[in-house]
Ligand binder design. Structure first.
Ligand SMILES: Cc1cc2nc3c(=O)[nH]c(=O)nc-3n(C[C@H](O)[C@H](O)[C@H](O)COP(=O)(O)O)c2cc1C
Length: 181
């Protein structure tokens, strides 16, 4: 049976939920999946896997330290594998910042941390939650999002999930299919 490893870095759970959905879709295709929080690992043996998916949420332009450590530690081990990268970030929420998100959070990371090109990359949105209480930095960021929602005539008192779940599912399905070729 083909095997996939999914490693994610998350600060507020947004990328974790994306990783879970990717895992669910790939499993449904009859592929074995291990889903791992980068925080919980020191060293991970990637040798049994045909595909390794690594993703992270972005804070101040950065992946989580542990998810980057995973990439660093496994640079040569990942060389002969199919590797896919994804991020969850505010840049994906707005058309005007999508290209910059791709460049900074995916292409630059792939160029720095992978020896070969990834088989695929995915840039996914974030969640606006007026009820969330994650401290000052989160609050300040939410204020910007609130303003953008108001400018668009959308209700800032409601939670907005900018993640395109259909796009995420079809991305995961594409990865699963690439293992069947
Ligand atoms: C303090 C803070 C800083 C952030 N910095 C960025 C950023 O530099 N670029 C960006 O596109 N999104 C940024 N975001 C949005 C996050 O990337 C987004 O909320 C993402 O879904 C978080 O994923 P996680 O919950 O898995 O960590 C920031 C959010 C917060 C709260």
């Amino acid at each position: 049976m083909k095997k996939t490893l999914i490693v994610y870095g998350t600060r507020w759970g947004t990328a974790a939920e994306i990783a879970e959905e990717i895992a669910r879709v790939i499993k449904e295709e009859g592929i074995d999946v291990d889903l791992v929080d980068a925080k919980k690992i020191k060293h991970y043996d990637v040798s049994p896997y045909d595909l390794v998916v690594i993703g992270s949420g972005i804070k101040m332009g950065k992946w989580t330290k542990k998810s980057l450590n995973f990439l660093k530690d496994n640079k040569s081990a990942l060389k002969d594998k199919k590797v896919a990268l994804f991020v969850s970030c505010g840049a994906a929420n707005e058309e005007k910042s999508v290209a910059e998100g791709w460049e900074k959070y995916l292409k630059d990371v792939a160029a720095e941390y992978l020896e070969d090109d990834p088989v695929d990359m995915g840039l996914y949105g974030s969640v606006y939650d007026p009820e969330a209480n994650y401290g000052l930095l989160y609050k300040i960021t939410s204020r910007f999002m609130k303003k953008e929602l108001e400018e668009k005539g959308l209700d800032p008192n409601k939670r907005h999930d900018y993640r395109d779940w259909d796009e995420i599912r079809s991305w995961a399905l594409g990865l699963a299919n690439s293992l069947k070729e």
